[in-house]
Design a protein around this ligand. Structure first.
Ligand code: PTJ
Length: 243
């Protein structure tokens, strides 16, 4: 039991969720390594939503609002950290949810679909994948024809660069959430939210409720500039750090 008074309560609870997820077969064992890398970047950001990430959340909200067939792709880490929030965002954005895994096994897809349903999700896609993302070898290219395959906008948090690139080649708009602004995914996506998934998903929800000129936001969105601002934020923060 981690006491709520512990100064690093939230961070430790996230670790617990990931570790429990591995024991239950929801999270792939390398998901712990991915989480650790994310934690390190979150430290550099100050464990809060930085202004460029907040702007990216507005851009993500714009793409989701304007989408005809949006899909939120959920993997092991995202499910155990943010299942409810993904379900709420899908409802608000009229988007589908698809369990789509990097380390795919049918057993883990089934467990994750059931996990999402137990959290209140309905019609969770991913089982019996009947389509393929072109250019991706082996099982990680498998997806659902009515989900990711036919989507115009895909939100893929904690993604790998390869798949992000393959989705872009299919002509989709890709939104990602990645604490590492240097990752290939971060550099390939159309909209990159450099933030922790646990903060970013509720933030996109909040932005969707605001009044914006969504077309103008999409037209003016510059993802490279946003990533540069994220790096500048980290650099400023480190160079002025007081011990
Ligand atoms: O469940 P599966 O089989 O689909 O596998 C999922 C993982 C995450 C293991 C797989 O996609 C993977 O190996 O991802 P990578 O290539 O390690 O990339 C994960 C990225 O997410 C890294 O750049 C991390 O910095 C970042 N990250 C980790 N935790 C978080 C995060 N970004 C946002 N929020 C987090 N909580």
């Amino acid at each position: 039991m981690i006491p709520k008074s512990h100064p690093r309560y939230e961070s430790l609870m996230m670790r617990e969720k990931i570790s429990e997820g591995v024991k239950k077969g929801l999270v792939h064992e390398t998901g712990m390594i991915a989480h650790g890398r994310g934690e390190a970047f979150d430290y550099l950001l100050g464990e809060k939503t930085i202004p460029p990430a907040d702007n990216a959340a507005v851009a993500a909200a714009a793409y989701l609002r304007k989408a005809k067939n949006a899909v939120i792709s959920v993997n092991g880490n995202v499910a155990v950290l943010s299942a409810r929030e993904c379900i709420e965002l899908a409802e608000a954005a009229n988007a589908k949810i698809e369990v789509n895994l990097f380390h795919r096994t049918e057993g883990r897809v089934k467990k994750l679909v059931e996990f999402m349903e137990n959290k209140g999700g309905s019609n969770i896609l991913g089982m019996g994948a009947d389509a393929r993302i072109p250019g991706l070898e082996h099982d990680r290219g498998k997806c659902s024809a009515e989900g990711i395959y036919s989507a115009d906008v895909v939100l893929v948090p904690l993604e790998d660069g390869d798949r992000c690139e393959a989705l872009k080649k299919m002509g989709k708009k890709v939104i990602t959430i990645d604490l590492n602004p240097l990752s290939r995914t971060a550099r390939t996506a159309d909209v990159t939210i450099v933030d922790n998934v646990v903060r970013a998903i509720p933030n996109i929800m909040d932005k969707m409720k605001e009044e914006h000129d969504w077309d103008e936001i999409m037209k003016n969105w510059d993802n490279k500039k946003c990533l540069q601002e994220c790096m500048a934020h980290i650099t400023r923060r480190l160079s002025s750090y007081e011990f």
